[in-house]
Design a protein around this ligand. Structure first.
Ligand SMILES: Cc1cc2nc3c(=O)[nH]c(=O)nc-3n(C[C@H](O)[C@H](O)[C@H](O)COP(=O)(O)OP(=O)(O)OC[C@H]3O[C@@H](n4cnc5c(N)ncnc54)[C@H](O)[C@@H]3O)c2cc1C
Length: 596
């Protein structure tokens, strides 16, 4: 593609949504139904977004299986977050949850049913009745394919509502005007390389997480933190990136997820001595303790020589006692995964598991209306005009230091909808398109075209995307994993800095038909690098253990010094802002020791 900038196609919409997962599609549906013109850009066909892979379900206090209410759900979420979650956003989400589920039901999501016809709810980690009492069952499920059901229903509703889709287009960077309003993005068509400028009065980032930062992950190859990279390049800091969730039950050595629902249905973990290990680490909740707790327990068992298998490098998840009928009814997807990838049937043989990178708790800072917020002078947060974020790329923050299973599908739907509602109001006051700063548009176009030049003979020392990505993933796995300390993190900081430096010399050799996908991979790596810098710097600086951030040299939570959100930007490095501890209508939950 060699057209000059003036000939580049431009399209105008009220709202540009980057990302067609559950977050993006819930927002686009709300906007399209309000008769606004809305464009959804997605680098993969919408129903291939990672939301499709969600297995276990979505939390809402429906009380269909055990007594429940939103306030108990709120308590569990605040405790699960290790008191780093913002309590206004958490209250809002937990109160909105039942409505979000009923909406989905009306959109056509085929939830599993109880015998009385009500929506089936399973027990998940960190769920309790009565503020820390008995186990609750709060996770609404469509067997173990909940995300698949939700994403397909939302897509169909969007087609009906006439949302405009740009499928298999890659968004590179945000465009702005001279006053800092965000006005859309420059994208390119992955099939033919054609560049396009989408001008929009409002832009919503819904690009999902960054699990590809790590070598072993449950995340899809597309989860490369693109929106987070775009935000950082637009001068917006990333929040709480040191908090990365490791799911306790990834298939050992491969990373594919075995849903927490497997333990919710009665499965449990055993070590090499045949012991039910969680009884020691969480006497009450056992296998349904919070994810950070279970992941650490498995890592300790293996480290202390009580692992399973010839290398004693994993533990076993036992499901065979549940019986084939329960497994086939409630967990058909993971049964198939085990048969296909391991050649074992969990109805007969326990599954080898080990913690694997799963969920990005941090992200682009927003308030509970989905507005992206940044510190300005003495205020901890002021909205960036025209820019919104929702879903896993955002940090609102309802998950704080550790997300509870089943709270992410809830988060993306509740805040996708909330962002759309705020956009509808914003557009009533901001009726007209503004002019973008053309220089910044030209710079992005030039950046895309940079890779069009074949490498010259003097470029022999240039770096390949594949090698750098491999090194980055290994570095993050080795230096920013379940357990961390000063030395390991310091080495990690140095290595990631060096990799980011080497990134400047990346060239694409391949001018063949795969050229555009090679270009996509180069931009994805640039975004991963930004996320990695934010994560490793924030982790190195945080001298305490909280949620998923577990330091062997600072083993206690330190509320006096560290009950605050980290912010990392290219311009200012590290900064911090207070946790919003005040809920909307109830008393705040003060920090307490976290036991399960
Ligand atoms: C295997 C697995 C199982 C899970 N199970 C559960 C569960 O049971 N319950 C639960 O609550 N949570 C679960 N989660 C977490 C949850 O599914 C995700 O956090 C959530 O679905 C993310 O939704 P999203 O809309 O933010 O992003 P995604 O669904 O990841 O969608 C991101 C979208 O952004 C687009 N995109 C990204 N970058 C670009 C770009 N540069 N240009 C154009 N488009 C771009 C992609 O094409 C995609 O459409 C699970 C996660 C995984 C990985």
């Amino acid at each position: 593609m060699s057209s000059d900038v003036t000939s580049i196609e431009r399209r105008q919409f009220d709202t540009l949504i980057i990302g067609a997962g559950g977050g993006g599609l819930r927002a686009s549906l709300q906007l399209a139904e309000a008769d606004l013109s809305v464009a959804v850009v997605s680098k993969v066909f919408p129903t291939r977004s990672h939301t499709v892979a969600a297995q276990g379900g979505m939390n809402a206090a429906l009380a269909n299986v055990s007594p429940d209410n939103w306030h108990w759900h709120m308590f569990d979420t605040v405790k699960g977050s290790d008191y780093l979650g913002d309590q206004d956003a958490i209250e809002y989400m937990c109160r909105a949850a039942p409505k979000a589920v009923y909406e989905l039901e009306h959109f056509g999501v085929p939830f599993s049913r109880l015998d009385n016809g009500k929506i089936y709810q399973r027990a998940f980690g960190g769920q309790s009745q009565n503020f820390g009492g008995d186990q609750a069952s709060r996770t609404c499920a469509a067997a173990d394919r909940t995300g698949h059901a939700i994403l397909h229903s939302l897509y169909q509703q969007n087609i009906r509502a006439k949302t405009h889709f740009f499928d298999e287009y890659f968004a590179v960077d945000l465009i702005k005007d001279d006053e800092g309003h965000v006005l859309g993005a420059v994208i390119f068509n992955i099939q033919n390389g054609q560049i396009m400028v989408i001008e929009a009065k409002t832009t919503l980032l819904a690009t999902g997480g960054a699990g590809q930062l790590f070598k072993t992950t449950t995340n899809a190859l597309i989860n490369t933190g693109d929106g987070m990279g775009m935000a950082m390049r637009a001068g917006i800091p990333l929040q709480d990136m040191e908090f990365f969730q490791f799911h306790p039950t990834g298939i050992a050595g491969r990373g594919m997820l075995i849903t927490e629902g497997a333990r919710g249905e009665g499965g449990y973990l055993v070590n090499g001595d045949g012991e039910r290990l969680m009884e020691r680490y969480a006497p009450k909740a056992k296998d349904l303790a919070s994810r950070d707790v279970v992941s650490r327990a498995i890592a300790v068992e293996v480290r202390e020589g009580r692992g399973c298998g010839p290398n004693k490098d994993h533990v076993l998840l036992k499901l065979d006692h549940l019986g084939e009928a329960v497994i086939q009814k409630r967990l058909p997807g993971i049964r198939q995964t085990c048969i296909t990838f391991l050649g074992i049937d969990p109805a007969e043989t326990p599954i080898p598991v080990f913690p694997t990178a799963h969920y990005t708790m941090g992200g682009i800072p927003t308030n509970r209306f989905g507005q992206v917020v940044v510190p300005v002078k003495d205020t901890p947060e002021e909205p960036v005009a025209g820019l919104y974020a929702a879903g896993e790329c955002a940090c609102v923050s309802v998950h704080g230091g550790n997300r509870l299973g089943g709270n992410s599908l809830l988060d993306i739907l509740v805040f996708g909808r909330a962002a759309a509602n705020h956009i509808i109001d914003y557009l009533k006051e901001n009726k007209y398109h503004r002019s973008a700063n053309e220089e910044s548009v030209n710079e992005i176009v030039a950046k895309i075209k940079r890779y069009d030049q074949p490498p010259s003979s003097s470029d022999t020392a240039s770096e390949t995307v594949a090698n750098l990505r491999k090194e980055l993933k290994q570095t993050m796995e080795d230096h920013c994993s379940v357990f961390r300390n000063k030395e390991i993190l310091k080495e990690g900081v140095d290595k990631v800095e060096q990799l980011a430096e080497r990134m400047k010399n990346v060239r694409i050799d391949d001018q063949s038909f795969t050229f555009n996908t090679a270009k996509v991979e180069a931009f994805e790596l640039e975004n991963l690098m930004a996320c990695a810098l934010a994560a490793i710097h924030s982790a190195y600086a945080r001298e305490e253990s909280r949620g998923a951030h577990s330091r062997t040299d600072f083993t206690e939570r330190d509320d006096k010094s560290w009950m605050r959100h980290s912010l990392y930007s290219f311009e200012n490095g590290l900064d911090y802002k207070p946790v919003r501890t005040k809920p909307l209508s109830v008393e705040s939950f003060p920090p307490k020791p976290r036991v399960y």
